[in-house]
Design a protein around this ligand. Structure first.
Ligand code: 48F
Length: 266
């Protein structure tokens, strides 16, 4: 090898650095302001605005990657569509958009994924991969969801019986997409709430975009729905590879939580 020599490093230093710094992070994560479940477009956008408002925000993503459904573009073609005025969310992040006719923009999947994630991280959110949320923590009188139960995705896949850990949070946002997994588990395990997740309707892009944003919001005290989870909960149409609704849904849920937590005080 020519040029600068790489500095030697002992394996123990690598291990210790990772363990020590992870432990520091997790000690903070154990009790946080907001848990966002899912690092798709709605979750990353919500995380950006929540963290930007000074709230401690953790995104749990069960895959080892960001972006949720973005990466697949439209039937694996590497572009998605964003309409005005939601494209402003991306422009603010320095995202390169190509303008088409009538307030319609096209963006590369890699570009939108990375910019949304960078926006969340730059605002101060933590994104943790390989962790699945499989339940919630709740309190009665007054009723409130006060956190999530988490497990390594790898443990789930291996079907090992391992007790989970939990993370306390002042608000939890279901951004898990088409299956609204957190809301579904709350509906199943806390039946007195009478919450069901019927799933989305067939495709009608413009109505789907409008209704997803409209239906974004609180599901029960402490638990919120955004993105396709809101569509699955309210049984509104799907929209395919257009993402303005996801961005505005993430932004709307963040603002609702910011207002709610301010009202409730610290
Ligand atoms: O599916 P996803 O992208 O949800 P979204 O933010 O956006 C939907 C669009 O991508 C697209 C569409 C509209 O244009 O129809 O599908 O509503 O991202 C959801 C993320 O949540 C993760 C999942 O791996 C994905 O990255 N996820 C799902 N369930 C869990 C989870 C869970 N239980 N714990 C942790 N992560």
């Amino acid at each position: 090898m020519t040029g600068v020599e790489m500095k030697g490093i002992d394996e123990a230093v690598i291990t210790r650095a990772i363990i020590q710094k992870t432990a520091e992070d997790w000690a903070n994560i154990a009790e946080t302001d907001v848990v966002v479940v899912g690092a798709g477009p709605s979750g990353l956008t919500a995380a950006e605005y929540l963290a930007g408002a000074g709230l401690e925000t953790v995104v749990f993503e069960r895959r080892l990657s960001i972006g949720g459904g973005i990466g697949g573009g439209g039937m694996l073609f590497h572009k998605v569509v964003v309409q005005s005025p939601a494209h402003e969310v991306l422009k603010d992040l320095g995202c390169r958009l190509e303008s088409l006719a009538e307030e319609v923009y096209v963006v590369d999947t890699a570009e939108i994924m990375v910019r949304l994630a960078a926006g969340a991280l730059d605002a101060g959110a933590k994104i943790i991969f390989g962790v699945a949320v499989d339940d919630v923590i709740y309190r009665a009188s007054p009723f409130r969801i006060v956190g999530v139960v988490i497990q390594w995705r790898a443990v789930d896949l291996a079907k090992l019986h391992v007790d989970p850990l939990s993370v306390k949070a002042r608000a939890v946002v279901d951004c898990t997409g088409h299956d609204a997994e957190v809301i579904a588990v709350v509906g199943r395990k806390i039946p007195e709430l009478r919450i069901t997740v019927p799933g989305e309707k067939s495709m009608w892009a413009s109505e789907a975009e409008r209704l997803t944003v409209e239906n974004t919001g609180e599901v029960c005290p402490g638990l919120y729905a955004a993105g396709m989870a809101a569509a699955a909960l309210k049984q509104t149409p799907r929209m395919g590879p257009i993402f303005g609704g996801m961005l505005f849904s993430g932004r709307k849920v963040a603002q609702m939580i910011i207002d709610d937590l301010r009202r409730r005080g610290s």
